[in-house]
Design a protein around this ligand. Sequence first.
Ligand code: C2E
Ligand code: CA
Ligand code: CA
Length: 685
Amino acid sequence: MVAFLASYTALELSGGLTALANARRRPAWLAGGAMSMGVGIWSMHFIGMLAFSLPIAMGYDIAITAASLFLAIGVSFVALATASRGALSLRRLVVAGTIMGVGVAAMHFTGMHAMQMSPGIDYTLWKLVLSVAVAILASIAALWLAFTLRASDVENIVVKRLGAAFVMAIAIAGMHYLGMDAANFAADSLCLADAKLDANWLALAVTAMSFVVLVGTLALIGFHTSSLSISLRRAKRQLHYLGTHDALTKLPNRQQLSLRIAQAVSECERKQTKFAVLFIDLDGFKSINDSLGHSVGDDLLQVCAERLRQDLRHSDMVARLGGDEFVIVVENVTDASSAVAVANGVLRRLSQEIVVNGLPLRVSASIGVAFYPEDGQNADELLHNADAAMYAAKQSGRNTFRVFESQMNHTALKSLILQRDLHRALGDGQLSMSFQPKFSVASQSVTGVEALIRWRHPELGDIPPLEFIPIAERSGLIVEIGDWVLCEVCRNIALWDAQGLPVPSVSVNLSPIQFNVPDLVGRIDSLTGAAGIDPCRLMFEITETTAMQNVEKTSRTIEALQARGYAVAVDDFGTGYSSLGYLQRFRFDQIKIDGSFVRDLDSAGKRGSALLSAVVTLARALQVEVVAEGVETESQMRTLGELACDQMQGFLLSHPMPAAEFMKFLCGAADRIVVPRDTCATPVA
Ligand code: C2E
Ligand code: CA
Ligand code: CA
């Protein structure tokens, strides 16, 4: 019983909790684990000795007895520290289990030595070897059970640890009784040990002591686990809020807005009424932000958000799309005039003076108005057209509003042009790849690199991927572009190899359209195979929204990619469904937290770090790497260090670089590049 209780306590303290707890407090938890393990092994031995009788008076030498206790604690510490450090490799498992088993045996024989028998105890060699072997094998099994965690184990972790504790108890008790069986006492033996330390009293003291220690630590575990689960639950709630609201202004975000518009569409369809969408963009905000600084800009946005909220009816909604863009949904408008009244009210309220940091500031706004059903059938169309109308308001001198008219759709025209030219871009060599490294937060070494596509249009100049990728997706051209990207990445890897450069793992973005192409894995394989690039050198990034489209199919595809040796990351984490739950379903190798949350670290203080710390906590338990994207400031980097986030990527460390420049970067950083391990060199059937 004591061995079992002690093992459970020790595994719980050193395993689960260190994984979840703050990295800096790990040694303390480990020490607690080693303490209960050591005391447990020691107590088991002496309680076992109570059940053992010799026809002579028995006693124990105090110094040796004490030494055996410290031995048990010390060895437990080394073994548990070895087993609980990161992902458990087979080698480390065997080393840790052997230390543990030998430690249990060493404690036992030291304890026996404390009896100071004369003549000495004679051990039957094979039985002795057997007892040590049982201790080692059972320890290995117990540590394996306790410390190899799969995603699906997280829910029934307690059951798993109980099983591990049971096996560990067998290691301890089995060793003891086999060891006793190996011991032969001569008929005329004498116990020379300090007789003042009476055996029964010792056993009683031991029992009491072990109970106090074990019950105490178990209570501590209970307390810690419950506070941990409370904080995890709180983080989940906060995560939901962060996922649906803008951190700065506390207004609903784009996702919530889309939901609200969809609701309004179905309601108005039923009642045959109309509603209006007002797209609001502040005039001159960018120059205030650039000249007076972000904190003034942030304060200004908060005041504007407050003014937008004023005087609205309960059924109307204000949301922030990002930057200085806001949207108001006005329900039940009978004719255009009621929406116009709202727009005029907004213009009037926003134009009043705002004092920030003692500075009197004045902003105005340009507003575009679109109506359901005439200007769009869904959220995307309505927002798109309201945006076009807002653009027309800007053109006509700002601080005004415009109602949408179909010729305003300049963006639609541009996307038509881009779609036409994108076909040619692929053949004409207008596309290229840039590379942005990822770094370890702790050591600053280069842990990987992300490949990002670039398009230089002969007349329009650089077109950002966020502008042309959606167009390529709509026309289906993304599949061909995706193949080109992968070929280009493989070609570059081969080039770097040929130069003898150390090459980190390279990540490639997959669009949802590509992800849904039948036989994605076969397609990827034939491209990398033709280029002679080993799968373990590549990682694929899919966004969480892509992953959630079809949960079953996604799991299968992820597993198929991983079985071939490719790694898989979830991109832009936190912007879509923001569900911690599905992180447990999909076995991602890496989680990339969206840059917007990293920015919140500066602007929203503690609130901003809620998502990051929740994800880091969970990822630690699932043994998945966490990468923070969009790191731009020193203070963000510092906070990431405090949160024990694994990796980071962002302009602070490096901008994306064209291939030639990246090659120079590889040369310069050669001594701190983490090269992927060749784990998939063995061919997979
Ligand atoms: P992403 O996958 O989230 O890529 C990260 C984006 O953040 C990149 O923008 C990168 O330049 C930018 N970035 C990196 N560090 C910072 C920072 O510190 N601050 C800020 N503000 N931004 C930073 P980029 O290259 O414009 O790419 C935009 C998106 O286009 C990518 O987002 C990805 O979704 C998509 N994309 C890019 N290349 C490809 C590609 O080859 N295939 C596919 N399917 N999508 C791609
Ligand atoms: Ca990405
Ligand atoms: Ca991203």
